[in-house]
Structures are given as C-alpha cells and as structure tokens.
Design a protein around this ligand. Sequence first.
Ligand SMILES: CCc1ccncc1CNCCCCSC[C@H]1O[C@@H](n2ccc3c(N)ncnc32)[C@H](O)[C@@H]1O
Length: 697
Amino acid sequence: ALKLRPDFPEAKENFYRVANWLVERWHFLMLNDHGRNHKYQLAIKKAVEGGCSSVLDIGTGTGILGMCAKMAGAAEVYACELSKTMYELACEVLSANGMADSIKIVHLKSLDMKIPKDIPNRVSLVVTETVDAGLFGEGIIETLIHAWKHLLLPPPNTQQPLSSPSQTGRVIPAGATVFGVAVQCREIRRQHRLCVSSVGGLDLSAVGQIYSPVSCLADTEDSTEPYTTERLSRLRGGYIQLTQPFTALDIDFNNVQELEGLCSREMMQLRLCVTQEGVLDALAVWFQLHLDQDNHLSTGPQEDTCWEQAIYPIQSPFNTVKCGDEILVEVSCKDSYLRLCCAAIMRDGHTFRLYNVTPKILTTNPEAELCCALAGLQTNQEKPSCTFMLESAEIALLNNTAYHNSFQRAMSKLLVSLKSTRRSQQSDSELDPIYVLDVSEGFSVLSLIAISPGLVQAYSSVEKEHHQTMLRLLAKGNGVLESTLEFWLSHVEDDSAVLQRPATEKLWSAIILDCIETCGLIRQKLLEKATLARCLLEDGGQIFPERIVIHGMLVESDTLLRESAVQGTEPTLGFNIAPFINQFTVPVHVFLDLSTLECTHLSEAVELFALDLMNSTVNYTGREVKVRVNTSGKVTAIAFWYQIHLDSEQSVSTFSEDSHWKQAAVVLQQPLTVSRGEWVKLSIQLHKSSISITAVK
Ligand SMILES: CCc1ccncc1CNCCCCSC[C@H]1O[C@@H](n2ccc3c(N)ncnc32)[C@H](O)[C@@H]1O
C-alpha cells in the first residue's frame, strides 16, 4: 500500500506499527555502535587468520558478523537467522555486498540445524551475539550447548595441544562475566512499588503491598522475565550505588560441561557489604562479553555504550539498609534466565528475610483472592495479608499524586455545581444521583475519588477480578458505601459497548477517559470515544479531561538519530547495510525521558496542536506552526508532550517531574540545519491518534 500511495495515512501508520514489531529497535543501536562492530571484527579476524577456516554465524541479523568472517578469509561461512524478516533482509545485504554466493544463509533457529542438510560438516568457529540485557534472555546457553553437541568440531583438548584450529571448535564470544550492584533509585521504585499512602484524598493503605510482575518471587513456570531493563545512565534523578559492584557469575562459552552445569547448578549466595546507607530499590546487572583474550564488550552503566542494564526490583517493604549491613543475594539460572534475588539483610548478627513468606500475590484466582483479602479485613488486621500485582505502568500511574489531586479538585468543582443545579430544580428527597463513569484502561482509582464527596453513583470499567477486589478494599478502607461503586462491564453485554447510558432515561454527569499512553502517544480512538461520550452527558456534564494540548520543541540529538537509523557505512565497518535496515525506520520514538536524553534544545517549547474533547467541531486534523530557532544547529527531531486540561482550571503536564508518562519525538527524515533567529514551519497532522510532523524553513 505504501508503495502505491506513500502518503496514505492508514497504510503509513500501520506500517510503522508493523515495522516496530518486525525489527527490534536495538538493531539500529547495535549497528551504529562502531566500537562493538570493530571488536567483533578483530576477534573474528584473529580466529580466522589463526586457522578457523569454517564459520557459523548464529543469529546473523543483518549478516554483519558473517561478512566479517568472509572478509577475514574464512573458506566456508554459514549463517542462520530465526526471524523471517531479518533473514530476508540479510539475503539482500549479502548480495548487495557481493557475498550472496560465498555465504550460505538459512532461515532456521540454530537448534533446528542438521548436518549435512544445512551445513556440510561441523565448523571450527561459531560467532554469535544472541544476548539481551540479562545475558541469557535470547537463549545463548541452550544455543551453545546444542552447537557444541551438533555443529562445532570438538574443543582443543589439552592432551594434544598441537591439534590445528581447523580441526577443533571454538566460540566467539569465548565467555562472559556478569556484574551487579545494589542501587537506590526513585525512578525504579516508582514503577515497581506503591510509594504514596494516599492520592486524590483516597487512602491507599487498604490494599497493602503492591507488586509489579517483575519479581524474583514470581514462580518460574510463568515465562515472565524476572528482570526489566533500564538505561541507568539515563534514569531521571539518577541512582546511588549502595554496595561496590560485585561479580555475580563467570561463564566460559568454550566449556560445554560448564554450560550444562549452569542450569542445574544450585543457586549461589553472595553477601554484599553495604557501603552507602539508603533505600534498597533494585539490583542492577550488566556483563562483559569476552570476545577473546584481548577484546571485551561491556554493557555496564558507566560505559558510554548504548546498552541497557537488567534491573531486578526489590519488592519488599523492608528495604532500608545501613553501612555495615550485609545483603544476601541469591544467584540462579533456573529455566535459563539469570535470576538474582535479595533474600535477606544481615544487621548486627540478625537476619531479616526480605520475603518472610512468599506473599500470596493476587492476580488471577478471584475466589481465593476475594476471601483472602476480605478475611484480612474481617480480622481488622491493619493490613490484609494479601498483596496485589499491577503492571509497572499502573503502579507508576498510582504513584502520580499530582494527577490524582488535580482530578479530585476538578471533580469536586463539577459536583458542587451539579448539586446546586439539582437543589434548585429538585426537592432534597428526590435528588437524582450523579452518575460518573470511569472508562480508563487498566487499573484506575478515579471512579472512587469521584465518590468521596457523596451523592455519586460511580461505575468503573475495570474488568480484572483483582482490580475489582482492590477497588472494593479501597472503598471499604475509605468509608465509601460499596453500593455506590459498581463495575460497569457487568452492566453491558460486551465491552465494546462500554460507552452507553447508565440506565434508560439517564445520562452521565461525568465520563473519565484515559487519553495518553505511558509511552507518550495519544490513545487510539480517543476522538471517537470523546464524540460518543459527549452524547451520553447530561446538561452541565463533563468529560475528563476536557482538552489535550500538544506542546513540542525543536531538538538536536545524535542519540535519537542512532536509535532510529544506521548512519551510513562507516559504523558498519564499510559494509553496505544502512539502506536495507533503514527501510524499517519509524519516525515516532516513544518512551523517551526528555529530562535525561542527550539533546540540545534549538527552540522554546511551543503549542503544536489542541484537541477539544468537549467540542469536536473545533478540532482540526492538520495545523501549521512557525517556530523561531533560538540556538543554531541541526534539527534532528521534534520532541513533544501534553498538557492535560482536566477542566478550565486544573491541568497537568506529561513532561513534569512527577509525571509517570514518558515523552515522544518525531525524528525528521532529513536533519534541518538552522541558524539562530530563523523560522521553521512545522506541519502537524493528527490522523487516528497518530501524529506526523514535517519541518521546512
Ligand atoms: C552487547 C550486546 C547487547 C547487550 C545488551 N543488550 C543488547 C545487546 C545487543 N545484542 C542484541 C542482539 C539480541 C538479539 S539476537 C540477534 C539475532 O539473532 C536471532 N537469534 C537469536 C537466537 C537465535 C538462534 N538460536 N538461531 C538463530 N537466530 C537466533 C534473533 O532473531 C536476532 O535477529
């Protein structure tokens, strides 16, 4: 479709979503990392010149490592790639670099490769970089165990030291060392634990502990990764190291016995000395890949590398540590994920287990959780023994007090005016209830906040059982009559018809919409929902928020360029790869933290676009804005965020210190060189919630 009509908005928007999914963004980062590419090239060159004549590149991606082997003079080079998109892309790259006939590439997972079907004989060298921020997340252990058993020549044995490298097998990288450090970091805490006791006048203590799915407690059968990833060097507010970095694991990829022993090895325990007092928020983990004796690649936070680190959040209320304490860390590789867990804190000879009992984490089993939660209440324990799991985005939203407090003020103002209207029209005895509907995605307490002033019948569209249980507990804990909170989905036949009247002959006084995704994009179908919601409002009724204003500014950022497209042939060792992988460039970058992104502001922030949710007739789909350059440079992107206007007085910014929302940016196809004092004309198009911006002088 794009080939036929390159500017066809639906096709463009769909292609961008598909491109994001087909080709992971780290391909651009990796290929632009000249240091990484050059070190792999040196190690491969040394091995081939040292006699490794047959090479297999496992997980070839664009084919760059296989091409290094060929250029180094390897007689036979094979490559395998499990992603169809990357396989087809690698085929194009190989032929564009004149190596289609000399490198045999197969669209296979290495585990499914057979001799002689896929490769004629065992090879003397396997090169691979099938690693993620937690090292094992791409299955490198299983991949190498299989390679040693079925694809590689036997390792050189010490008895016959003179066996030539062409008759023995080896792996690049030769091994890895895993490091870790305990950190205090508010930004991580905000996404994985409840940090506030009340929001919008609502006391949250009734729900006890809240966990994010990333927990070393999550039992191993569910396949969720036990870690999340963050670029520690880019985290808002930074982080504090509470211990010295420690070595968690050393792995020799050329020792198949050790590789096999890794997953069966019992867990290891490390005792870390606390060198800095603080709140124990997470363990941060990175690694060094030892390509060979002389070439090492690090993914550490202190490096200027582009890689993220693996983050293991501590999910325990007991988490302040003092100098002299020792933290007991358990390291294991069950189910081939690297698992780290802070099991206990030792202080003055006492051991405080962080997770005294594996708390009953409530997620999907409704009956058990309801009885357990309410049981907690019946015995009027100050805290129910249960705990709840929310997505990290839901926890971050819950911790955003500014947003909830603004909403509470806006809602109270509306209720005051609605009550006075009713009092003037109806007798006190038969005051019509004020119907409020919260159609937020995911877990939201806004419906409860609306009830607190009274006379309100609130409906929440949360559908998950444990979300409903939490709202019931919060209602009880805040003295709100449970009957004033209902779950809307039990009233509608199917959740596609969420937006409909509260009852026949009744209209809503307030409808709460969820407009901005945590990643920094406008939610899909927002305008359609607002249009529908407006028809369901009584006179004087209100949609929250009533208006969204998009603000933006011109920025110069090489980092954003490196994450969006391969910059020529220089970073990729002179191979012609950029035009092929750059077909998958997408213009809009999300999950940015503009407060820590390396970038130069080339203009003030300006208002780019306004969306009126209470009056769609004033909405336009395109707008032109002139922006004055106040710093000379190269405009590489337009960063943008939102001012969410709950009503005429209350508004919150998604680019503020306490915002849980991230920002986004449109990366220009061609950077625009500008001088101070010049004007840039931006054309902003908003089509079906997706934004596009072009810039001309
Ligand atoms: C400093 C390294 C670093 C540190 C921290 N964060 C990121 C990085 C950078 N490495 C990211 C690569 C990670 C993706 S793996 C690269 C390509 O290989 C493919 N694959 C994976 C396994 C596999 C297999 N067994 N058989 C065939 N193909 C396979 C994937 O389909 C992908 O296209």
